[in-house]
Write a protein that binds this ligand. Structure first.
Ligand SMILES: Nc1ncnc2c1ncn2[C@@H]1O[C@H](COP(=O)(O)OP(=O)(O)OP(=O)(O)O)[C@@H](O)[C@H]1O
Ligand SMILES: [Mg+2]
Length: 352
């Protein structure tokens, strides 16, 4: 079921939180809604599921205009960060509750609960109460309850935020598997970029109530439209340096290092101040364009090691290396930037 927001606007009092947002979620797609705290992710989800009324604009599910109909009539499945299971009911009754409200027969509810429990691998827990389950098990129950009505749309708001790292990893692939098996159209709100990249077909990045870029994860990583987007994806994050374009190069002011830029940028921004973004995988001991700095931080992450190299003006370049470099904090190094992958931004943060 395709979801379409047209000029969706949401205000709280005088505060415009979402300003004429256009958004399309394609049929069968899982879309991540990613962005900083307070940018309007949950507000958007609440409007789609019908909890919030919109101030103006339209929400379409397929060909159906759902802008002014109730949450129940929209047939959405919702899972929020706090699972909100009914503590006094068994798992079985929790999952079957939406059907009970619809007055479906006991036998029918039983059959559907069994079916969804099998899919979610929670059959052994059906007779227990939520308090007798682990966080991940409760999360699966919440998902089962959201899915049992066969909703047209699945809305997930930080569904994994309460789980520990291992469970989060497990649930990521679990949710993705179920979404793909059922072919349901889903929106995942998160501020975890790894979650967004690993689970979703496309990512929409929001900033101050607007969508600033929407595309597949890999494309967003390599081709961000702005420094804001570039900074959002990637762990460890991209490093930024400021300097000038001179004679076909970006010149790093504190070392005088010249990093070649494309002919187009050399011409269009000659003599202008710009910012370049360098991802940690493109700053390496064997990189082509050498720059001197002092190792200021080392973190062994198991398979890889992360290094910070501080330039004379205090700016930091990050490097992530598979092979361990024999350096210590305080050592001077001369490593190289792979400038082909350098991202260049104008002073307003727009990619050039
Ligand atoms: N019921 C409300 N009344 C007034 N203001 C609200 C209400 N709900 C949200 N806001 C405001 O709207 C803005 C967007 O909030 P929202 O909850 O959508 O952010 P978010 O992107 O989900 O953030 P987070 O990542 O912290 O969950 C915030 O400035 C918030 O303070
Ligand atoms: Mg939120």
């Amino acid at each position: 079921m395709r979801i379409l927001l047209e000029k969706f606007t949401k205000k709280f009092g005088n505060l415009t939180v979402i300003d004429e947002m256009d958004l399309e979620v394609r049929d069968g797609e899982m879309l991540a809604l990613l962005g900083g705290s307070g940018c309007g992710k949950s507000t958007t989800l609440f409007a789609i599921c019908g909890i919030h009324k919109v101030n103006s604009g339209r929400i379409m599910f397929g060909d159906r205009d759902v802008t002014n109909i109730t949450s129940q009539e929209r047939n959405v499945g919702v899972v929020f960060q706090s699972f909100a299971l009914y503590p006094h009911m068994t798992v079985e009754d929790n999952i079957g509750f939406p059907l009970k409200i619809r007055k479906e027969s006991k036998a029918e509810i039983r059959r559907k609960v069994d079916e969804i429990a099998e899919m979610m691998h929670i059959e052994p827990f059906l007779k227990r109460r939520p308090g007798e389950l682990s966080g991940g098990q409760q999360q699966r129950v919440a998902l089962a309850r959201a899915l049992i009505r066969r909703p047209d749309v699945l809305l997930l708001d930080e569904p994994l935020a309460n789980l520990d790292a291992t469970l989060r990893l497990e649930m990521r692939s679990e949710i993705r598997r179920i979404q793909q098996e059922t072919g349901i159209t889903a929106i995942l709100v998160t501020h975890d970029q790894v979650e967004a990249m690993s689970m979703c077909d496309r990512i929409a990045i929001m900033d101050a109530g607007k969508i600033v870029q929407i595309c597949p994860p890999r494309e967003m990583y390599t081709n961000p439209v702005s420094d804001y987007v570039a900074g959002f994806l990637g762990s460890p994050p991209i490093a930024f340096l400021s300097g000038q374009i001179q004679d076909g190069n970006f010149v790093e002011p504190s070392t005088g290092t010249k990093m070649p830029v494309t002919a187009a940028i050399a011409t269009s921004h000659a003599g202008r101040e710009v910012r370049v973004g360098i991802r940690p995988e493109y700053f390496q001991p064997d990189g082509a364009t050498k720059i001197k700095g002092v190792v200021s931080f080392i973190e062994a992450q198991g398979r890889e090691t992360l290094y910070d190299v501080t330039l004379p003006d205090g700016n930091i370049l990050r490097s992530i290396q598979g092979a361990h470099s024999p350096v210590n904090i305080g050592d001077e190094v001369e490593w190289g930037v792979n400038t082909e992958h350098m991202l260049v931004f104008d002073q307003d943060g727009r990619r050039i």
